[in-house]
Design a binder for this molecule. Structure first.
Ligand code: SAM
Length: 231
């Protein structure tokens, strides 16, 4: 993230994208048990190639939510290299995961990692733009969990398209809703980032007031919104 975004916010100055201060973040991270070697390799690949995968504290929170929910069918929007999909598959051996990615290089990397993992068989990778593959995704519905982690400017569209395929008891988890804390920044130099922040804020306002969902935003990882259908 460029320096222009670090506008006097201590959490941002930590430089690790965390919403917590450095010490607390490191403390929690150090308590997290080590992952299998393939996951460590993927974390290294993501760092080296600047692929934005979920950070450790955030993904642990996501996995715990899925365990509590005992999710059996998950839709993920935004596969990247398959890191979160494989972590979900490992955490929930009885679950199947449908995941969507449009970037060819990342699709290739995801396919390779999935073929090397024993959890890969639980995952169906749909290649294409999430705004255009509804028919394929609906064929696998309904879903217990929908996890949205793709282009932040399109969150409302993803939610509107795919919430139709959620079980009545299902939940929708949306990542990055606090966007490194930038949602509270008043002065952001970059026009592109400013517009993105405006979109995320608009999405958060819309989601929190959605007549059909209860939503809570938790300041974990990059900020996750958890939405559950009202009864
Ligand atoms: C933050 S990364 C996903 C990280 C992944 N969930 C993880 O934690 O391992 C977001 C990914 O969504 C993909 N993406 C963004 N917009 C998309 C769209 N409209 N359709 C499909 N994929 C999209 C990007 O190419 C990128 O690889």
């Amino acid at each position: 993230m460029s320096k222009e975004l670090y506008n006097g916010n201590n959490a941002l100055k930590a430089g690790d994208g965390s919403l917590l201060n450095d010490k607390l973040h490191s403390y929690i991270e150090e308590l997290i048990p080590s992952r299998e070697p393939l996951f460590i390799e993927m974390e290294g690949y993501a760092k080296e190639n600047k692929v934005p995968i979920m950070e450790l504290v955030g993904i642990e929170a996501l996995l715990q939510l899925l365990r509590i929910q005992d999710s059996k069918k998950i839709l993920e929007v935004g596969t990247a290299i398959g890191y979160s999909a494989l972590r979900m598959a490992e955490a929930l051996p009885n679950a199947s995961i449908v995941t969507i990615e449009r970037d060819l290089e990342r699709i290739q990397a995801a396919e390779e990692y999935m073929s090397r993992s024993k959890h890969g068989e639980q995952i169906l990778l749909i290649k294409g733009d999430a705004l255009e593959v509804e028919e394929l995704v609906s064929g696998q519905a309904p879903y217990d969990t929908i996890f949205v982690d793709a282009a932040k400017g399109q969150y409302k569209k993803f939610f509107e398209i795919y919430s139709k395929y959620l079980n009545d008891d299902g939940i929708i988890i949306t990542d990055n809703v606090l966007f490194k804390g930038l949602v509270t920044e008043e002065e952001i130099e970059s026009k592109r980032i400013r517009n993105l922040v405006k979109k995320i804020d608009g999405f958060n306002q819309w989601l929190m007031n959605h007549p059909d969902y209860h939503t809570v935003i938790l300041p974990v990882g990059d900020g996750i919104a958890i939405s559950k259908k009202k009864r």
